[in-house]
Design a protein around this ligand. Structure first.
Ligand code: GDP
Ligand code: MG
Length: 462
């Protein structure tokens, strides 16, 4: 950016480029990203308020600039999510030398039996003496599934093909393994397709029969917004002590983990990332949030902030244009800015104001390549050419020929660039005539400060 332009932007940034409206629109972006990541909508609303409060405090700081506030918002989002994922209740620490009984609950298909095996594997590797009890008499095949896992893991197993009473199996199995001084006795239970009375009654009965040290609620991460209701239903029936979120290796976004934690008040201890015994990862809130935000496209936040800033730039440029100062350097700066935002098609769709309009005139499918070639052509211009009034450059045929030779572009493309620049400055000039600029710098700055959104709307509508 030319020094003038930079100064104008930083002035706008510091004074008014970022204000309550800008923060509001950024928080909206954040909220959209979180809902996309399956975070519970009520939580998202609560988070939004929290983040807005924190960000406004940052804005009120005189030094706050757009990018600084953007970074601040990003941090506020992350820290709020991490603290939501870190409930007061600490994960239960299992110690060897006593019989820890851990009961697994969850809907059918959530991944209980698979997780039981992974859990056994994990603690066996940590020299726990592990045993498993199959209290799922509901689903045909449950017994064989657990028995197979047990034999692969070389872990003793208690269950029966014939017995139909899960409570009896659980009681007998746990009693036997306690007697043999196993360090970890894992009780797998049955699920149902839905949260039904039957299931919860059975769960409570098994619970009082074995008196577990911990109840692990296993939740499928692919259920999206249903997570909240499911987690609540389970924790109302038995006291859930920990949570395992499964199937995070697929397309699930993982936002359900937040719902599970807030609904149960219990910490996530592991996540499941596959069907193998080793696909069980100890849960780290900060790491998880990083991934969650990555998937939720946090770059949107930054983009929103940039757009606010860009508007300031565009308006500063308007001032120059109305004074007849539009140059190739202005165009170059604008184009590189756009280039930084990401894939051209996506950027064009979301771009407010004159730049999008200038590009709207470009040939269909002209896209990224064309865009790069334009920059290459400008790269072979001299400083004098970059800084001379655009109209003068357009009239200087010999200069344009030299530029074409220097950049290896056909003359036609150089003319195309000129046409684009003309269109660009023409569109900008129109805004000048619309009177946006007439009030002078101070008025403009105040207007931007008061309502940047309205300005953006005006620019996009024109
Ligand atoms: P249960 O009914 O709750 O005992 O669920 P299962 O343990 O039988 O698991 C149901 C299905 O989910 C099985 O096909 C498992 O292989 C699969 N599964 C469980 N956990 C994971 C996981 O973390 N990732 C993937 N990809 N599949 C999983
Ligand atoms: Mg099962």
């Amino acid at each position: 950016l030319s020094r003038q332009l930079t100064a104008a932007i930083s002035k706008l940034n510091a004074k008014g480029g970022v204000d309550e409206d800008a923060v509001k629109s950024v928080v909206l972006d954040v909220q959209r990203a979180l809902i996309d990541a399956d975070v519970n909508t009520a939580l998202v609303a609560k988070l939004g308020k929290e983040i807005k409060g924190k960000a406004m405090a940052a804005v009120e700081d005189e030094e706050a600039s757009g990018p600084a506030v953007a970074r601040f918002v990003e941090k506020a989002v992350a820290s709020s999510l991490v603290s939501m994922l870190t409930p007061a209740r600490k994960p239960r620490k299992l110690v060897r030398g006593r019989s820890n009984v851990v009961m697994f609950v969850g809907l059918q298909g959530a991944g209980k039996t698979t997780t039981v095996a992974k859990f056994a594997h994990y603690y066996k590797n940590r020299r726990f003496k592990v045993a498993m009890v199959c209290a799922d008499t509901f689903r045909a095949g449950a017994f064989d599934q657990l028995r197979q896992n047990a034999s692969k893991l070389r872990v003793p197993f208690y269950g029966s093909h014939a017995e139909t009473d899960p409570v009896r199996i659980a009681r007998e199995g746990v009693a036997a393994f306690r007697k043999d001084k196993f360090d970890l006795i894992i009780v797998d239970t049955s699920g149902r397709h839905r949260q039904e009375t039957e299931l919860f009654r059975e769960m409570e009965a098994v619970h009082s029969a074995v008196e577990p040290d911990d109840v692990v609620f296993v939740m499928d991460s692919t259920i999206g917004q249903a997570a909240e209701a499911q987690a609540r239903a389970f924790s109302e029936s038995v006291e859930v002590g920990s949570v395992v979120i499964t199937k995070l290796d697929g397309h699930a976004k993982g936002g359900g983990a937040l719902s599970a934690v807030t609904a149960t008040g219990a910490p996530v201890i592991f996540t499941g990332s596959g069907e193998h015994f080793a696909d069980l990862d100890p849960f780290e809130p900060a790491e998880f949030v990083g991934k969650l935000l990555g998937k939720g496209d946090l770059s949107g936040i930054i983009r929103a902030m940039r757009e606010t800033v860009d508007e300031g730039e565009q308006l500063a440029m308007l001032r120059r244009i109305t004074k007849g100062h539009f140059t190739m350097r202005d165009l170059y700066e604008q184009l590189t800015q756009i280039g930084k935002l990401g894939p051209l098609s996506k950027v064009m769709a979301s771009m407010p104001g004159p730049i999008a309009q200038a590009f709207a005139g470009m040939p269909e499918g002209g896209g990224q390549d064309k865009f790069k070639r334009m920059l290459v052509i400008m790269d072979s211009m001299t400083d004098a050419e970059m800084d001379m009034p655009f109209a003068d450059l357009m009239a200087a045929e010999p200069r344009l020929r030299r530029v074409a030779r220097g950049s290896g572009a056909p003359m036609a493309e150089v003319y195309q660039l000129m046409a684009m620049a003309k269109q660009f400055s023409g569109i900008l000039g129109k805004f000048g005539k619309m009177g946006l600029m007439n009030g002078g710098d101070k008025k403009l700055a105040t207007k931007l400060k008061r309502d940047p959104e309205s300005l953006r709307r005006q620019l996009s509508a024109a």
